[in-house]
Design a binder for this molecule. Sequence first.
Ligand code: ADP
Ligand code: MG
Length: 321
Amino acid sequence: MPVEQRLCSYSAVLMGSPIVLKLAEPDERLAGDVFRLIRQQENLFTVNRAGSQVMSINEAAGKHPVAVSAPVFALIERAREVSVLPGSCFNFAIGPLVKRWKIGFKGDSVPPAHELQALLALTDPARVELDAQQRTVFLPLAGMEIDLGAIAKGYIADVVKTFLRQRGCFCGLINLGGNLQTLDAPAGEASWAIGLQKPFGEPGALVGTIAVSNKSLVTSGVYERYFELNGQRYHHILNPQTGYPLDNELLGVTVISDSSLDGDIFTTLLYGLGVEKGLAFLADYPQIEAIFVTRAQQVVLATQQPFRLLDETYYVTDSIA
Ligand code: ADP
Ligand code: MG
């Protein structure tokens, strides 16, 4: 029997994404516990539902600091650190712009330039005040909003991986819609063959597959969430400098790493850098590997993991032509 059919697959829709858990043995109880854990984690970070810790911080903008739990504080601390790196395209204070664009949600539209300009003034990550002693977060200006949408799934994927291992489960994978964490491959297999989605292709159409185990794979692409207006495509990763969607030669970036949180952070950073600068940047991070898919149908490999090309309209290279 093919490997895929020997595995037990459990699915649910959480955080607006289809979530798939694969286990070597049937275990309804474990699957139920995993989905409960994901829902509970999501409730801490969402910016779309009252009662989350992140929502409380945003609601207190311009008023007072808000105390949060240790894991939420740690994630915000990391997000701030990455956001203030010189030239970083990652910005966890980008909330006001994300909310205004509503990309991929009902009512999305291109905001007038003067509005974006005004909102940019509310997105300076360096202005977010953290107090490690009190474990508080303070947004000093009314209208400031933090948005952990780019990293919450990565963080949660790591939590799920730890949880599965604690429960004695060492073979399986969790796919949180773009964020995938793999444990050991099924018995008799050296690795998982993970499909790399074809940008703007039919559902299930793949550029190729990558062989991994005990690794996270995070993909972010301009084809995931976007809207079109007057022949122009507007996707969901914004350039914190301009307030408009990031625009370069990339269609997608996949990051392969141990931690899915790292994967999430690096997909956004690499997106902002583009292929050439991205490759140079990666030289300083040997533990992070990546695959870039470009508009020119290139699959640029900066990874040791075996990649198999399936779509002949693309070609594999290790640098940009
Ligand atoms: P997904 O996996 O859901 O496609 P990504 O990990 O690609 O999401 O992150 C995109 C989300 O991150 C956006 O929907 C928005 O909430 C937030 N975001 C958009 N631009 C930025 C940015 N420059 N820095 C940090 N977060 C961003
Ligand atoms: Mg991400």
